[in-house]
Write a protein that binds this ligand. Structure first.
Ligand code: NDP
Length: 319
């Protein structure tokens, strides 16, 4: 079978491409530029890449840009979307590429009759961020939707970009009769295949690089290998449908520091909690029922943190 992966150079997508090649797929992978070896070398080195990986150039903001990569594919995995926390022009840098890019990719899918299913990488950011109270007893599930007005009010632009993009994807799929599934992961950590540092792995690098404080927030965490597997399963299992939240556990940063301290007692880890609380420090739960139906039996948070730290050290992102 032939599948397309958009944004293939990224942290999550690189693992997805690796898994697809391992499973015998022919992969048409889009990257922003074919002339930037730091974004493609790691992909070209993967097992099976020589015979079954074909790279394409595509930009989220260019209409029709994904046509060639998507044409003739049985399935499409749309992962490309900017993920940064500091931006100067949120509309240009985050919202437009996420939203227009998703519609652009889905537009190419609807033009290609070979495409049976599209799996879009959304986020837990498009699920949990609303006014509903969160307490350790509350169980969030796939029926929850983030409120874009809240992201706007709090200037959480990445959150807003993912919420608007997923919403637009469902509307488009409904209108055009596309078989769409979304994967909604929490903060993704684990080993890096790519040579650049991505935003979610950077959170662990910051702790290990001796930042003074750790954020006063509780976030969900999941291993990148489980995220890649969920994408493939969501394409392969005929009955898969709707959204799939992926969270091994919701943990406060203090918990992460505790795990890192146990693993690396000599590391200079932050001792103090910051005053900020952009995301609530209160934990809650996220249902694992739907993820289980994809065969996901989560890698533990401790193991994921260990794999991330080892990888960050090996790649010199940690001093
Ligand atoms: P990365 O930054 O590693 O990957 C993002 C990818 O999107 C890169 O390949 C990037 O290309 C591409 N991209 C960005 N802007 C454009 C553009 N204008 N045109 C074409 N490609 C573009 O992040 P992740 O791997 O972490 O994220 C992958 C997906 O997973 C995203 O949709 C993200 O929102 C989602 N996600 C990630 C989570 C996480 O914690 N990591 C959690 C939940 C969801 P380039 O390398 O050239 O910049």
């Amino acid at each position: 079978k032939t599948v397309c992966v958009t944004g293939a150079a990224g942290f999550v997508a690189s693992h997805l491409v690796k898994l697809l090649l391992q499973q015998g797929y022919y992969v048409k992978a889009s990257v922003r530029s074919l002339n930037n070896p730091s974004k493609t070398e790691h992909l070209l080195k993967l097992d099976g890449a020589k015979k079954r990986l074909h790279l394409f150039e595509a930009d989220l903001l260019e209409e029709g840009s994904f046509d060639a990569a998507i044409d003739g594919c049985d399935g499409v995995f749309h992962t490309a979307s900017p993920f940064f926390s500091t931006v100067t022009d949120p509309q240009k840098e985050l919202i437009e590429p996420a939203l227009k890019g998703t519609l652009n990719v889905l537009g190419s899918c609807s033009k290609s009759p070979s495409v049976k299913r599209v799996v879009v990488t959304s986020s837990l950011a498009a699920v949990v961020f609303n006014a509903r109270p969160k307490t350790p007893e509350v169980v969030v599930d796939e029926t929850w939707f983030s409120d874009p007005e809240l992201s706007k009010a709090m200037k959480l632009w990445y959150m807003l970009s993912k919420t608007l993009a997923e919403d637009a994807a469902w509307k488009f799929a409904e209108e055009k009769g596309l078989d769409l599934v979304t994967i909604n992961p929490a903060m993704v950590i684990g080993p890096l295949l790519q040579s650049t540092l991505n935003t979610s792995a950077e959170t662990i690098a910051n702790l290990l690089n001796g930042s003074e404080t750790y954020p006063n927030s509780s976030l969900g965490w999941v291993n990148v290998k489980d995220v890649a597997k969920a994408h493939v399963q969501a394409f392969e299992i005929p009955s898969a449908n709707g959204r799939y939240c992926l969270v091994e556990s919701i943990a406060h940063y203090s918990e992460l520091v505790k795990i890192l301290r146990k693993l690396y007692p000599a590391s200079k880890l932050p001792e103090k909690c910051a005053d900020d609380n952009v995301f609530s420090p209160v934990t809650f739960q996220v249902s694992k029922v739907k993820a289980k139906s994809l065969g996901i039996d989560y890698i533990t948070l401790e193991q994921s943190i260990k794999e991330t730290a080892e990888s960050l050290k090996e790649k010199n992102f940690v001093k």
